[in-house]
Design a protein around this ligand. Sequence first.
Ligand code: SF4
Length: 341
Amino acid sequence: MELWRPDRVYFEADARNTVIGRRVRDYCIKNNVEMLETTSHNQVRNLPGENEKAKYAAAKKTLIVGIKRSMKLEVCKPSADYQFSLMTNCPGSCEYCYLFTTQGKKPYVRVYGNLEELYDTIDKYIEKKLPHTTMFEAASTGDPLGVEHITGALKETIEHFGRLKQGKLRVVTKYAAVDPLLDINHNKNTRFRFSINTNYVIKNFEHNVDNLWDRLKAAEKMALAGYPLGFLIAPIILHENWKGQYKEMLEALHNHIGQQQNSFITFELIQHRFTMNAKNIIEERFPNTKLEMDPEKRLKKWGKYGRVKYVYEKNQAQEAKDYLTGLIKQYFPNGHIQYFT
Ligand code: SF4
């Protein structure tokens, strides 16, 4: 479990003096990381690299500290009511990453300094929906635990939700560095989810994230710290011996957390999908990818904004759904499957 270290950090002028900006600056000084300036976190140019593959690798080692300008929160179905960003993108390099579709051209990692403004916005959204509880997703534009050792923003956000009565938070990660989050006042208002997968998927497609065992150990620690837990099995990939490997994965999960009293565990099941745009980017950045992306073998589906995505054929998707549902019921009788998509 190695913590990410950027090669260079760009600061927007307004972000330098925020709490996050100062923390990142201290991190850079301590770790001898180059500090640069940018006029906008949306337009960082001249990153090193002669081809797309090298440029992508350089961007994944670049951190930008900016100010989030828009405070309009987007709807986030099916996992929550709204989503907000503590950061955009992620130090990881998963070959199938859903961000290729939305962030394809700007794969550098961005974090935002204006947390207080964000918390005010969240509080207002909650107020509008009273007396109902409002659920927020903090990880739909990146993996905030991947930069937590640099910003500390996730800890503060979990503590903010810990003080709220009608607001709940959901986070998902492929990282395991949860120690700074264990002894804080989360008040059970944050459901902490881990994205898990078979060893085949992790070994072949998930780079610069933590391995399954570290994620499972981290999940165990979070369960002991009293957090409500959840697991995303995503993307479900029907590789050779997928049944055997998904069974092993759920067995291992059961061995780590099955005995916890805290057993109202949620599961979200997401089958592998791709867009043609993402496929082109993936093939440029990972020319030897083993990811199966043949549109002829897939079912065409229309998503948000008229985007076409390719999912498994109906009978294959149904088989995966039935099989995984059966395993989850067997190993986690109190587990709750929220959706299969
Ligand atoms: Fe993308 Fe998540 Fe992998 Fe980061 S950890 S590269 S956000 S899939």
